[in-house]
Write a protein that binds this ligand. Structure first.
Ligand code: IMP
Length: 196
């Protein structure tokens, strides 16, 4: 069923009516993360690395990535929001929970779940540079193939490029659901407006 849902009971509605369709299996994700971790390990050997997990979507990716790193590193967290509960970016990025560390002079690796318009990552890179980071690099599990590719900041380590469809799982949510899935999935049964 698609169309307007009454306020309240949306979580139950989402669980019943929206079905995840696997796009990237757990095995594919894990073997790509092996490769990404090896690249980070070798590029940052001897550096004072600060891994910054961009909440909430990157929490699982960050955990899997950092457990594979053999170089010493610290981890911090920043939470930003730009999507609300829908499936299209509002374009306006807000820090909802800031880092604890002083990043001045640190080599920062921003861990993103997915780059879509690039607004979030552009905002975060600028914020880290403004705060005096020695270097800022980006690792993203996913990137959506988009028309305005040239406007995107360079993604130093990228897992997979996908078509511009809404995805969930492996940390990514739809209205806070589906983060726990061990694979990345598209959704069928979304309301036509993409809103709940
Ligand atoms: P951007 O600022 O447009 O690049 O969007 C980046 C942020 O939007 C990501 O960190 C996600 O939190 C969220 N996002 C973008 N695409 C998706 C998606 O397909 N599923 C879930 N969240 C998404």
């Amino acid at each position: 069923m698609t169309g307007h849902w009454e306020h309240g009971d949306t979580t139950t509605q989402i669980r019943r009516e929206i079905t995840p369709q696997p796009l990237l299996s757990a095995e594919r994700l894990q073997s790509r993360i092996d490769e990404l971790a090896a690249a980070v390990d070798s590029d940052y050997a001897g550096e004072n690395l600060l891994v910054v997990c961009v909440l909430k979507g990157s929490y699982i990716f960050t955990a899997d990535l950092t457990r594979r790193l053999t170089i010493p590193h610290e981890i911090d967290f920043i939470a930003v929001s730009s999507y609300g509960d829908g499936t299209t970016s509002s374009g306006e990025v807000k820090v909802t929970q800031d880092l604890q560390s002083d990043i001045r002079g640190r080599h920062v690796l921003l861990v993103e779940d997915i780059v879509d318009t690039g607004a979030t990552i552009r905002f975060l890179v600028a914020a880290c540079e403004e705060r005096g980071a020695a270097s800022v690099r980006i690792i993203s599990l996913l990137k959506k193939k988009s028309a305005d590719e040239e406007d995107l900041p360079e993604i130093d380590y990228l897992g997979f490029t996908i078509l511009p469809v809404f995805v969930v799982g492996y940390g990514l949510d739809y209205a806070e659901q589906f983060r726990h899935l061990p694979y990345v999935a598209t959704l069928s049964g979304l309301p036509e407006s993409g809103e709940i």
